[in-house]
Design a protein. Structure first.
Length: 306
């Protein structure tokens, strides 16, 4: 065993402090954000931060071997920016079958492609503990998104899924939208920086009419367009669950902003709307400011970011 390999095992053996990543994917629970867990869980003391360690696929395999030896030690694992690739993702997928306490996993920026995403999706079919998963800044693509979507039809524990900047287009978004019709646990879906376009946005909007758990949907930088924004607006007339919606930098235009404002007069659950950098003009901005004032006058909390 090399010195580097010994170092990896010592990292696991020595433990790590609870320092959860404060990225969007970890916003769902205040106790996770603050790095707190139930003190009675003596066998799950904390979060392992192994981000930016240049582990590579072999390094992550060694890390997981050590974790599997005592699968009750860690509840969170941060592997951001480690160049683990598809092979490392496949090793992680296999580890998820055996690790019985891991509920949070971040693999942002690891050169994981569709094959790695598919392996992780298959693991989600069997996982009964994972609640937070980030595959942001990888190359999952539409094929990876479709595999994850199929897993969401069957998984009953995942609450947050982050696929920001994952090369997902309209087809991948449509598959995820269809999954949302059947999934009953997901509370946050982040698709920032993809290319889902108007058609993908329309599919997700239709899913919002049927889904009863999603609280946050983030579509920032996706070229949703006016038609996509109008479809989302229409869905908000019927949805009573969503509390946060991000459409920043998505080309929604003046008409899209007006449609959202009009729909929000009927919606009483959305509390945060982000529409920055959208060329909504003064008319669109005024419509949204007016609805914000109206809601606040009625005692409903509501913030809009223009």
């Amino acid at each position: 065993m090399t010195a580097d390999e010994i170092g990896i095992r010592e990292t696991i053996g020595g433990g790590a402090g609870c320092l959860p990543c404060r990225t969007k994917w970890a916003r769902i629970k205040d106790d996770v954000q603050a790095g707190e867990r139930d003190d009675s869980r003596e066998t799950a003391p904390g979060w392992l931060d192994a981000s930016r360690c240049d582990l590579g696929d072999r390094g992550v395999e060694l890390l997981l071997e050590a974790m599997v030896e005592d699968p009750h030690v860690y509840w969170g694992l941060d592997l951001m920016f480690n160049n683990i690739g598809n092979r490392g993702a496949e090793a992680l997928a296999e580890a998820l079958r055996h690790h019985t306490s891991l509920d949070s996993l971040s693999m942002r920026g690891n050169e994981i492609g569709a094959e790695g995403a598919k392996a992780l999706a298959e693991a989600l079919w069997h996982s009964t503990t994972l609640t937070h998963l980030s595959l942001a800044e990888n190359e999952s693509g539409d094929e990876g998104a479709k595999a994850l979507a199929e897993a969401l039809r069957h998984n009953t524990t995942l609450e947050w899924l982050v696929l920001e900047r994952s090369s997902i287009g309209g087809d991948g978004a449509k598959a995820l939208a269809e999954a949302l019709r059947h999934n009953a646990t997901l509370e946050g879906l982040v698709l920032d920086g993809n290319s889902i376009g108007g058609e993908g946005a329309k599919a997700l909007a239709e899913a919002l009419r049927h889904n009863a758990t999603l609280k946050l949907l983030s579509l920032e930088r996706n070229s949703v367009g006016e038609d996509g924004a109008k479809a989302v607006a229409e869905a908000l007339r019927h949805n009573t669950i969503l509390t946060e919606l991000d459409l920043a930098s998505s080309s929604i235009g003046v008409d899209g902003a007006k449609a959202l404002a009009e729909a929000l007069r009927d919606n009483t659950t959305l509390t945060v709307l982000a529409v920055e950098s959208n060329n909504i003009g003064e008319d669109g901005a005024k419509a949204l400011r007016d609805v914000k004032k109206s809601k606040r006058d009625m005692g409903h909390p509501f913030d809009v970011y223009l």
